[in-house]
Design a protein around this ligand. Structure first.
Ligand SMILES: [Zn+2]
Length: 188
């Protein structure tokens, strides 16, 4: 008699645990964006060269428009513009690490702004004389995707402002920062 009661209890507990652990999780947007992109890697630094048609097949339309057709997103539309989380910004096209959050600043220009890239090889610089302006275009150092422009009105120590389209950025929160926060020491 006791056995049956115990067994029943165990079954009820198991069932409630089971159903609690299996709610349908919404799919992460980031995964959707990079799912069918075979060149995306945060560790491989080999240069990526691909035909425009192939880019079109593997990139989301908004990413393709900015990265491969040198488009510009509307100002104040990127959630990254005001993001203050600690972590790393990657190229959304190929996964190349581009900027650390500690070089991000509020420029008020409407696009995510940084004063320094992670390394010299993160970025390629090209003169851009379109729209009757003399600007310097910045491209991803690994896949040559258009990211935005760099201007010389940024804050110290570099005096530079990398004005980057949020659509072509991926963000990963720093794991140590998350741990610190959970331990209640995240007020730094
Ligand atoms: Zn890239």
């Amino acid at each position: 008699m006791r056995w049956t009661a115990l067994l029943l209890l165990a079954m009820v507990l198991w069932q409630s645990c089971y159903s609690q652990n299996n709610p349908q999780k919404p799919q992460a947007m980031e995964n959707d964006k990079t799912k069918k992109n075979p060149v995306y890697s945060r560790t491989d630094s080999a240069k990526v060269v691909m035909k425009d048609d192939d880019w079109k097949k593997i990139l989301a339309p908004d990413v393709y428009y900015i990265a491969r057709q040198k488009g510009t997103e509307r100002p104040f539309t990127s959630p990254f513009e005001t993001l203050k989380e600690v972590g790393t910004y990657y190229c959304a096209v190929c996964g190349n690490p581009l900027f650390k959050s500690d070089t991000k600043f509020e420029s008020g220009c409407g696009w995510p702004s940084f004063y320094e890239p992670i390394s010299k090889s993160s970025i390629i610089y090209l003169p851009d004389n379109s729209l009757g302006m003399q600007r310097t275009e910045v491209e991803c150092g690994r896949c040559k995707s258009h990211l935005g422009h760099v201007f010389d009105d940024g804050p110290p120590p570099t005096g530079l402002r990398y004005c980057i389209n949020g659509v072509v950025l991926d963000f990963e929160k720093a794991k140590t920062a998350e741990k610190k926060y959970k331990e209640g020491k995240g007020s730094e």
